[in-house]
Design a protein around this ligand. Sequence first.
Ligand code: NAD
Ligand code: LMR
Length: 339
Amino acid sequence: LKQILPALRQAVPPLQRSMSSAADQKRKVAILGAGGGIGQPLGLLMKLNPAVGKLALYDVAGTAGVAADISHINTTAETTGHTGPEELEAALTGADVIIIPAGVPRKPGMTRDDLFNINAGIVKTLAEAIAKYSPSAMVTVISNPVNSTVPIAAETFKKAGTFDPKRLFGVTTLDVVRARTFLAAKKGLDVQSVDVPVVGGHAGVTILPLFSQATPSVTLTDEELEALTKRTQDGGTEVVQAKAGKGSATLSMAYAGALFADAVLKGLNGATDQVQCAYVESSVVPGLQYFSSKVRLGPSGAEEVMGLGTLSAYEQKGLEALKAELKASIDKGVSFANQ
Ligand code: NAD
Ligand code: LMR
C-alpha cells in the first residue's frame, strides 16, 4: 500500500478533473432586455453562476453601463454589452442559453394580456434573430404574456425551420417561488424545505398551484387552500399594486429566472436530477398545446414533460376553469406569429 499510495495520489486529481469536465463546462448565456428591471439583477445573478463562461447583455438602450458595471465583478463570466439590433448577432452567436426579459411591464389595472400589443412584436423579432444566429440555444421566455409569447416564439422558430420543443421554455418559476414562500409562511415551515408544483400557465386563474402535492405534505383547511391559491395566482398583481405604477416584479423574478437558468445549465452539463415546472409544448392536457408542468431537464433541454399526478377535487376544478383562457391565449399567440 505504501508503494502504491503516492502513485494513486498523483493519479486521482487528473481523473477527478476529467470526470467533472462535462459538469464544469462553461457556457455562454445571453440576456435580451438586460438593461431593464429584471435584466439588471438577472445579469448580476448569472455573473455569479460558475457555469457561465460568457455573459452577453443585450438591450435596445443602456446596456454599455450595465455591462461595464457587472464586468468588474471578479467571477469567471466574461461580460459583454450589446446595444441595438446591429449588435444582436454578436450577443447571440454561440449562446447556449438565452433568457428573454425584454418588453414592457404592467401598471396597476392592467392584465398581462394588455401587454400583448407591444411585447408580442418584441418577442417575435428577437425569436427571428435567435433562429438566425443561435438556432440551437435553449430559449427561456420571461416576457409577458408568457401564455402567448411562448407560442409566438415557437411559431417563429417553426417558420425558420429551427423549432425544437425541447429547447423552448416559458419561465413560470416565480409562481413556484411564491407558492413555496406563501405556504411556508402560512404553516410555519422552513421555507428552504418547501416545494409546490405549479401548473397551467402564467396569468390569473391559469396559474394552478398543486398544494395537494406539496413537500412536506400539508393539511389545509378549505379557507387556507382558497387563500393560498388566490395569493399565488394574484402574486404578480400584489407586486404591481405595491409598486404603484413603477412596474412589476423584478427582483423576485430575477431570482426565479436565475434559478431556472441554473437548472437548464446543469441539465446541459449532464445533471440528471434537474426537474422544474416550465411552460412548454405539451400533450399533458388534451387541447392545450402549451402547458406548464414538471419538466426533467437534460443535455437536449426538456427531456421529459411530466404528467400532473393525482389532482384533488379542488385542483381538478381549477384545471377545468383555466382551459378556456389558456387556449385563447395560445391561439392569440399562434395567429399573431402567422399573420
Ligand atoms: P423593464 O421595462 O424594466 O425592462 C424591459 C427591458 O426590455 C428594457 O430595458 C427595454 O429597453 C428592453 N427592451 C424593449 N424592447 C426590446 C427589444 N426589442 N430588444 C431587447 N430589449 C428590449 O421591464 P421588466 O420589469 O424588466 O419586465 C420585463 C418583462 O418581464 C415584462 O413583460 C414583464 O411583464 C415580464 N415579467 C414576467 C415575469 C414572469 O414570471 N414570467 C415576472 C415579472 C415580469
Ligand atoms: C409576475 O407574475 O410578477 C409577472 O408576470 C409580472 C406581472 O405582470 O404580474
